[in-house]
Design a protein around this ligand. Structure first.
Ligand code: 5GP
Ligand code: ZN
Length: 138
């Protein structure tokens, strides 16, 4: 448990949380500022800061738990779709530094919008970036 981590405190029962699912490695609870009705978060019990930090076993358990939760939300709320979202680091909107997956049920008439504008790329740019990524190896 990390000192001052609100998600560690929710997991430990030291802060209130609407817990909707849990297993040996993960806990799922409702987001306090829901993007849509049913928006929930799935977190590993073991504190890790973000995607770069989390152990493979916890990452696997968290994505499996996210799908289990999505199925449960589907049965309960009958949404039209889902987004599973992770923010890694402040530049990517992360605000709580305990790894989490957002499970966001989507409804045909909800107000959410794609957060980027598809605008293509300069000739050769995608291939050049792909080559850089391949060259970086694992
Ligand atoms: P991030 O911005 O890091 O991807 O997501 C953090 C999420 O945690 C936000 O959607 C925010 O509403 C939620 N959140 C922040 N503080 C609390 C809290 O104390 N309890 C709960 N249940 N959710 C929280
Ligand atoms: Zn934590």
């Amino acid at each position: 448990m990390a000192e001052e981590c609100i998600f560690c405190k929710i997991i430990a029962g030291e802060l209130p949380g609407e817990i909707v699912d849990s297993d040996e490695r993960t806990v799922a609870f409702m987001d306090i500022n829901p993007a849509t009705p049913g928006h929930a978060l799935v977190v590993p019990r073991a504190h890790s800061t973000d995607l770069m930090d989390i152990a493979d076993e916890d990452l696997e358990a968290t994505i499996v738990a996210a799908r289990r939760l999505a199925r449960r939300i589907e049965a309960a709320l009958d949404p039209d779709g889902f987004n599973i979202l992770n923010a890694c680091r402040p530049a990517a909107w992360q605000t709580v530094f305990h790894f989490h997956l957002h499970v966001i049920p989507r409804y045909e008439d909800d107000p959410l919008k794609l957060p980027w504008i598809p605008r293509g790329a300069e000739e050769g740019q995608i291939a050049a970036v792909a080559e850089k990524i391949r060259a970086a190896g694992a």
